[in-house]
Design a binder for this molecule. Structure first.
Ligand code: 16C
Length: 257
C-alpha cells in the first residue's frame, strides 16, 4: 500500500512540460522536489533555526554556517499575505518582466536560455558591496503547481525553485564579477476564508502563505561581518518589498488560481 501511495504522489508532483526533454531536467526535478520537502519542514526542534527578524506576520530564521571559510548561512522565512493567490505570487517571483520591480540588489538581468515557458536560465549581476567584488549569478528557475490530491493540506500549492548552473558562454569569474552559487525556493499556498463557491471569492477572502528558503555561497572572499550585516538588512527588505509589490500588481486584476 505504501508503495502505491508513493507512486501516486510522485505522479501527482510531475508536471507535463517540454522542459522534460532538456539535459538539465533530472537535476531540475530532483532539486525542486528536495526544496519543496525542505521548505515544508518546520523551523522548531533540532533544526537549529534562530529567529533574526520579525515584522507583523513575517518571520525570518537563519542558521550560522560556513563552507571553506565563507559564510553560507541558510535562511528560512515565513509570511502570510492577504489578497493574493499562490500562483500570482509565484508568477511574479518567476517572470523576468517583474524582476526589476522588486529585486532591489539587481544591477542587470538577462534570460540566457528559455528551456520552456516554466523553466528559464537567468544571468544576473548584483550591486557591489564595498569592499568586496561585485557578484553575478547564473541559475535555472523553474515554476510549477503541486497538485497532490493525497494531501488536502497541499491544496493549491505552487513552487519556484532557483538553482545555480553552468553555461559555456558565461563562464564564472571571467570578468569583473565573482560568481555566487545559490539554491532558493519560494513555496506558496492559497487559503480561502470564509470557504466559498469559487465564483464568489473576492480578494479579501484570500491569504497566501509564503515560505522562502535560500542558501547563497558568496563564491569568493567577503568579510563575514559584512556578509552577515548584508543578510540581516537585505532579506527582510526583499520579502517586504516583494510582497507589497505582489499586492500592488494584483489588486485591480481578476484573481488567478
Ligand atoms: O531570491 C531572490 N531573488 C531571486 C531573483 O533575483 C534569485 C536571486 C538571488 C540572488 C542572490 C544574491 C546574489 C548576490 C547579491 C549581492 C548583494 C548585493 C546587496 C547590495 C546592497 C546595496 O533567487 C531574493 C534575493 C534577496 C537577496 C538578499 C541579499 C542576499 C545577500 C547574499 C550575499 C551574497 C554575497 C555577497 C558578497 C559581497
Amino acid at each position: 500500500r505504501d508503495r502505491l501511495k508513493k507512486k501516486s504522489i510522485s505522479i501527482a508532483l510531475s508536471p507535463v512540460t517540454p522542459a522534460k526533454n532538456h539535459k538539465l531536467w533530472p537535476e531540475i526535478e530532483k532539486v525542486t522536489l528536495e526544496q519543496l520537502h525542505y521548505a515544508r519542514l518546520g523551523v522548531g526542534g533540532a533544526g537549529g533555526w534562530q529567529l533574526f527578524a520579525e515584522d507583523g506576520e513575517m518571520k525570518m530564521y537563519r542558521r550560522e554556517e560556513e563552507a571553506d571559510g565563507l559564510v553560507v548561512d541558510p535562511l528560512k522565512a515565513c509570511h502570510m499575505v492577504k489578497g493574493v493567490t499562490a500562483r500570482e505570487v509565484c508568477e511574479i517571483f518567476f517572470s523576468p518582466e517583474y524582476r526589476s520591480g522588486w529585486e532591489a540588489t539587481l544591477e542587470d538581468m538577462t534570460v540566457v536560455e528559455t528551456i520552456a515557458s516554466d523553466t528559464l536560465v537567468f544571468l544576473q549581476t548584483h550591486k557591489r558591496i564595498w569592499p568586496a567584488s561585485q557578484r553575478d549569478a547564473l541559475f535555472w528557475s523553474h515554476m510549477r503547481s503541486v497538485a497532490d490530491s493525497e494531501d488536502q493540506d497541499a491544496a493549491d500549492l505552487w513552487i519556484v525553485c532557483n538553482h545555480s548552473t553552468e553555461h559555456p558562454q558565461y563562464p564564472p569569474n571571467s570578468g569583473k564579477c565573482v560568481r555566487v552559487y545559490l539554491t532558493v525556493c519560494l513555496v506558496c499556498q492559497t487559503f480561502i476564508d470564509p470557504p466559498k463557491d469559487p465564483k464568489n471569492i473576492r480578494r479579501e477572502d484570500l491569504t497566501c502563505k509564503i515560505t522562502y528558503c535560500s542558501v547563497v555561497n558568496p563564491g569568493g572572499w567577503a568579510p563575514a561581518s559584512v556578509l552577515r550585516a548584508v543578510y540581516k538588512r537585505e532579506y527582510p527588505k526583499f520579502l517586504k518589498r516583494f510582497t507589497s509589490f505582489c499586492i500592488d500588481q494584483c489588486k485591480d486584476k481578476p484573481i488567478l488560481f
